[in-house]
Ligand binder design. Sequence first.
Ligand code: GLN
Length: 475
Amino acid sequence: MKLHSLSAHQILELYKEKKTSPEEVLKDVVMRIESVEPKIHAYAHVNTHPKAMEGSLAIPIAMKDNMCRKGEEVTCSSKILKGFKAPYDATVVAKIKQSGGIILGSANMDEFAFGSSTESSCYGPTFNPWNLSCVPGGSSGGSAASVAADEAIWSLGSDTGGSIRQPASFCGIVGLKPTYGRVSRYGLIAFASSLDQIGPLTKDVTDCALLMNVIAGYDDRDSTSVNEPVPDYTKALVNDVHGLKIGVPKEAFVEGLDPEVRASVQAAIDELKKLGAIIKEVSLPHTPYAVATYYIIATAEASSNLARFDGIRFGLRESPSKLRKNTLIDLYEETRANGFGDEAKRRIMLGTYVLSSGYYDAYYLSGQKVRTLIKQDLDEAFKECDVILTPTAPTTAFKVGEKVSDPLAMYLSDIYTIPANLAGIPSISIPCGFSKAGLPIGLQLMGKAFDEEMLLRVCYTYEQNTPWHTKKPNL
Ligand code: GLN
């Protein structure tokens, strides 16, 4: 039996029936990694001796390379953090370990989670399991590809503007960005602190609910984590959408939307209608400004968060022999010039600019105001519906190299995903079809704050009535 091709809930069933053991599953997944990893490169680092753990959820998992694991190297796939070993476990890591999770290694990512293609990693790109000449999406491209290629049973990613959902969509799997504050960010190396959330990437909706049960909850070490009761997410796996209201924003079907993506998303809307949901048109008039707003707020926060990488406290330090002048400022400058890649430098410059005293009001403050308008649009729309449906991304996976020299085109990949981060609401991507070229297409649903259960219910119903999640890439 190919254990690596199973979902976590199928494996848990086999454990219960004593038909397999965590050791056997781990051995099988490690063999899978050995056979396909040279083609996919989903991992920044593979643990050579992962241990099968005792615990109710002994499932092999890949963790994005921005989550601290005590004593292990964590680099955000950036040269500037090479050699940095985390002094403590991130809260999600501690929770995974407590549940018996088997950590396979760190998943490759865009440097500091800046990107939509996993091409800006200092370890080189990850490739899409469905077509090796295409990107897996990003920035959690390694996390998504590891699951799609059966090199991990499930994985964790982080999402600041779409980095869980867009790669889930490109790789044909399920990805959930929880409500801001639902999952602790303690030990997640920050990109943009007011937008970042950790979430699951899984083979199906049931696994998504199971992994949410492990990671969700209040944490007094994260001051933005929210002390709301955590439900049993598996209770939301109900195959019924009768009478639920699904809002479809009229702004969603914008210019630039690939016709094949449009057709698949339309077919999904028709399917949900057939299953008893009520489809309503809603309007989100400020969403055309979401990408611009995001690139002001996210870069402002990133420039501030990345100021700590100075060559003194973490990772890389430029050797004194390479310094032009032997001063502290020179050490900072040379370390940062050498340690950060192009996209990180671009964002530090942009973020520093929008925060500078002469431009703060014009850019950062305006950005915050538009952010509020975008949130208000969503609040209004949710008065009329239970969930809002859009495509996850305007296209299917693009070719490796295609957008590297055009950052603006790359930024537009997140046109549908960014509003949920700006508003702090939960949002999920699930597979809803394939292009003629055989690339997966994703459907996005957004929900009300702390209503992940509604997203899971709608997605579970859709999944039970469609075949997409059963398809596997040929590797
Ligand atoms: N692609 C977006 C960016 O480049 C989002 C990244 C993310 O969610 N981490 O910023």
